[in-house]
Design a protein around this ligand. Structure first.
Ligand code: ZN
Length: 307
């Protein structure tokens, strides 16, 4: 039983001003860390895949075509680019489309093999006609809609455990009863306005590892039993970590492993495929994020080999 990983070098290929908040190097560092620790390409339980960019037509079926045209031609008003938080460049557009293609490919791999992991993704603050918080287009919503085109997939659940609320996903999919949005987040954190997901678990600042796991574990099995999704898209953001610079929880690294293991093992026991993305995680030393994001891969390997 192999674990299928999706990665593209373009994820870290973006020129940003010095001191920019976005941890652009973490994707390459995570890939290199996994290669050093596990030997990608040689590991008996790992298989690597490289995605293609998602088609612009597909993006325009979800987002407003005028927004996408302006975004891709660099004619968005400056205020709208500021809300996204990146300087415009052709690299940014190519990277964004490739990352969305990666989350879509991860859904296909999960559908075929049980678990797929994308070493990028989780752009949940992208809305119908504007982007925000480093998110241009919503890969989670695009991948969920793609999943519904697969034979036997009639219901999708997006479990978003990034510390920030999945506001873009919630509004984009509000009228899609076949896609259940489930956000676990900090109640006093970005975004200020938190439109309702189908399920929202809002936890206070300073939530500890034990409190986090207790709250999540008391809701997740019920949510899965009630909605019985045919596939889960899981945002495993590590900005719940106690030292994250944009999060306010006090969750330790083992808590991240336990959370990821809980999602993956519950879904595996219920024969629900999981397409996971690494999601958010913010430290000025990008290297500090690598071990946190690696917990997702370690927990997936343990679930696959039943440890
Ligand atoms: Zn986040």
């Amino acid at each position: 039983m192999a674990l299928h990983l999706v990665y593209h070098p373009i994820y870290s290929e973006l020129e940003l001003p010095p001191q920019h908040r976005y941890p652009i190097h973490k994707y390459r560092m995570l890939y290199q860390h996994l290669d050093q620790e596990l030997g990608l390409g040689l590991h008996p339980h790992l298989q690597l895949h490289q995605p293609h960019p998602i088609s612009i037509d597909e993006v325009k079926q979800l987002h407003h075509p005028d927004y996408i045209d302006a975004l891709f031609s660099n004619t968005l008003p400056a205020a709208k680019m500021r809300r996204i938080g990146f300087p415009w460049s052709p690299q940014l557009i190519e990277r964004t489309l490739t990352s969305s293609g990666g989350t879509k490919l991860t859904v296909d791999l999960a559908y075929q093999h049980g678990i797929g992991i994308h070493l990028s993704g989780g752009y949940h603050h992208a809305h119908h006609d504007f982007g925000s918080g480093f998110c241009l287009i919503n890969d989670l919503a695009l991948a969920a809609r793609h999943a519904l085109t697969l034979k036997g997939i009639d219901k999708v659940m997006i479990i978003d455990c990034d510390v920030h609320h999945g506001d873009g996903t919630a509004t984009l999919l509000a009228d899609n009863p076949e896609i259940i949005t489930f956000s676990v987040h900090c109640d006093k954190n970005f975004p200020a306005r938190k439109p309702a997901s189908d399920i929202d678990l809002a936890l206070p600042r300073d939530t500890t590892t034990e409190e986090y796991l207790d709250a999540f574990a008391s809701i997740l099995p019920l949510a899965l039993a009630q909605h019985q999704p045919d596939i889960v898209i899981y945002d495993a953001g590590v900005d719940i970590h106690q030292h994250d610079e944009l999060g306010y929880f006090k969750v330790c690294i083992d808590g991240i492993y336990q959370r990821d293991h809980l999602v993956l093992s519950l879904c595996r026991n219920a024969s629900i495929p999981v397409a996971a993305v690494v999601g958010g995680g913010y430290r000025s030393e990008h290297q500090h994020l690598v071990k946190l994001h690696a917990q997702l891969i370690y927990s997936a390997l343990d679930v696959l080999t039943q440890r």
